[in-house]
Design a protein around this ligand. Structure first.
Ligand SMILES: NC(=O)C1=CN([C@@H]2O[C@H](COP(=O)(O)OP(=O)(O)OC[C@H]3O[C@@H](n4cnc5c(N)ncnc54)[C@H](OP(=O)(O)O)[C@@H]3O)[C@@H](O)[C@H]2O)[C@@H](O)CC1
Ligand SMILES: [K+]
Length: 512
């Protein structure tokens, strides 16, 4: 599903209306009616609603909502917050239609107490003040009405966006409506998933209003919500005649002294995601400690005492032909000659690749390695958390967090790699500029080990020949969902619970 900016939404609507002659009032009628339906679904018996509408098209939706609630025998009080002479043409149509049924008051600060008393009697408040047209900090009179809505403590439905929330997620420094339900039209907006937007929107419902589901290439938004529909078919059911060799061989490289846990977690997760073989390559000195820890993965010791010897990558060529995909980083550590070592590993294996943890820190320290990666034929996926992304881009963590979408997109474009930028809503950026936002996740994942599990999951799918963008999107989605299904309180979840959650998430998404 697309995830849109205000500009993209405006362009899609304008083009549709220009090219087909479909009037904006039809879209507005559909939009308003869909909100009325969501309200009466939740409140089947008629109640009292207060409609607060601005002078723009968001307000226009509000006039339609009021009319449908009146049809359904609700007691409806309507307020225009703005100058009636400045209504947009479409809003004006529905303002006049409504006026023939029901009076509409115009708000000004002299009516503050009257509005307060009206809101105190409401069961439902409809926030149709501002939608995608919001621009900067809220100005009076909208500002004081927003304050009154929030102070009322009543059930609030926001039309399209909670008033004051920026469509694209930019930070706006003023009070915004805190909604219980937000009904948005056709596509969710980036702002709904911003740090504030998620909390302010309450439950988010997306309703069709008559825009075509398939868009012309030039109108296609660059954002997508990571939903299972588009990647589900790329993980085919296991062939009953298959054997372990049919499901790929993932090589995980890492596990330096004191960090074996990371590679073990990645290895176990890779088996949970279906790889036929998982081999853990660790420095020779760690082989016995590792053997005592793992059961299912194979172990491949490489020369090195505590960490890899800079020349140890040569060993890789012996087995490169057997490996279907490679993941480098869990518990890798930093070591003398690490840049030469990584360059050798990258040049010995041409298959798909995941880079995580210290492999990313090595890339950040030796940016010329990015050139090597660009010249590899097979795709590479990197899975940085904001700190690692900051090191890779020489930005501060604050700058990365403030511009997550742009940072991930431009790094993917610049390096040719798929960037999985981890966080509350992990982003998956493709070099062609498309950015997916992942809706699943849990604060339980804010714990050491979660990233190693994700790396193992992505690597496993790559080894099974799932295409890299789908592998990244599927693994990120299931990893986030698994945390919610682990059955443990977020404080206490450990990686074994998460592994358990993975099998539940897989079972829920893929019918056996
Ligand atoms: N297009 C379509 O076909 C469809 C659109 N639809 C609906 O239209 C919505 C978009 O409508 P829109 O573009 O008219 O903008 P909208 O959100 O009403 O805001 C504009 C008003 O806000 C005001 N304003 C701005 N910033 C402000 C501030 N900081 N503080 C105070 N005021 C501020 C601004 O005032 P001005 O700056 O002009 O004085 C102007 O009056 C969209 O979200 C969806 O609900 C649906 O019906 C489906 C069909
Ligand atoms: K609104």
């Amino acid at each position: 599903m697309y995830l849109v900016t205000a500009e993209e939404m405006r362009r899609i609507e304008e083009r549709l209306m220009d090219e087909t002659g479909l009037p904006g009032t039809v879209l507005m009628e559909n939009a308003g009616r869909s909100v009325a339906d969501e309200i009466t679904k939740r409140f089947p018996k008629p109640q009292k609603a207060v409609i607060l509408a601005g002078k723009g098209n968001n307000g226009g939706d509000g006039w339609v909502i009021a009319r449908y609630l009146l049809y359904r025998n609700w007691d409806v009080a309507c307020w225009l917050v703005g100058d009636p002479d400045q209504l947009t043409p479409d809003a004006k149509v529905f303002y006049h239609v409504l006026q023939s049924f029901n009076p509409i008051q115009t708000y000004h600060s002299g009516k503050r107490d009257a509005l307060k008393s009206e809101l105190s009697q409401a069961d439902v408040i409809v926030d149709a003040l501002l939608g995608t047209g919001v621009n900067g900090s809220l100005r009076p009179p909208v500002k004081e009405v927003v304050e009154q809505i929030n102070a009322s403590g009543k059930w609030v439905v926001s039309v399209d966006l909670p008033t004051g929330l920026h469509t694209d997620g930019a930070s706006i420094d003023s009070e915004k409506v805190k909604a219980d339900l937000t009904v948005t039209f056709q596509y969710p907006k980036w702002g709904h998933f911003s740090r504030q937007g998620k909390e302010l929107s309450g439950e988010l419902v997306i309703k069709e209003i008559g825009l075509p589901p398939v868009l012309k290439p030039e109108l296609k938004p660059k954002g997508r919500l990571n939903d299972p529909v588009w990647w589900k078919k790329s993980w085919s059911p296991r062939d009953p005649w298959s054997h372990k060799g049919s499901h790929g061989h993932l090589l995980l490289i890492g596990g330096s002294k004191g960090m074996l846990g990371a590679i073990c977690m990645a290895g176990e997760a890779a088996y949970r995601m279906g790889a036929g073989y998982v081999t853990l390559a660790v420095p020779e000195s760690e082989r016995h400690a590792l053997a005592a820890k793992v059961t299912q993965p194979l172990i491949w010791p490489w020369p090195g005492e505590g960490t890899f010897h800079p020349n140890s990558a040569d060993r890789f060529q012996e087995k490169a032909g057997q490996i279907s995909a490679m993941a480098i980083g869990p518990g890798l550590g930093r070591f003398e000659g690490e840049d030469k070592w990584l360059r050798d590993v990258l040049s010995s294996m041409q298959g798909p690749l995941v880079l995580d943890a210290d492999a990313l820190n090595i890339l950040a320290a030796y940016p010329d390695l990015l050139g090597d990666l660009r010249h590899r034929k097979a795709p590479a996926i990197i899975t940085p958390h904001p700190g690692e992304m900051a090191r890779l881009t020489s930005l501060s963590v604050k700058e990365v967090e403030a511009g997550r979408v742009d940072v991930a997109r431009s790094f993917a474009k610049h390096t040719g790699m798929i960037v999985v930028l981890k966080g509350r809503f992990t982003l998956i950026a493709h070099p062609d500029g498309t950015v997916f936002l992942n809706p699943t996740g849990s604060p339980a994942l804010a714990k050491a080990g979660s990233g190693d599990v994700l790396t193992g999951m992505i690597g496993s799918l790559l080894a099974q020949k799932v295409s890299p963008l789908e592998a990244a999107a599927m693994a990120v989605y299931l990893h986030g969902k698994a945390a919610g299904l682990s059955g443990t309180h977020p404080h206490s979840m450990v990686y074994t619970d998460l592994l358990d959650g993975i099998q539940r998430a897989v079972r829920q998404e893929f019918v056996e």
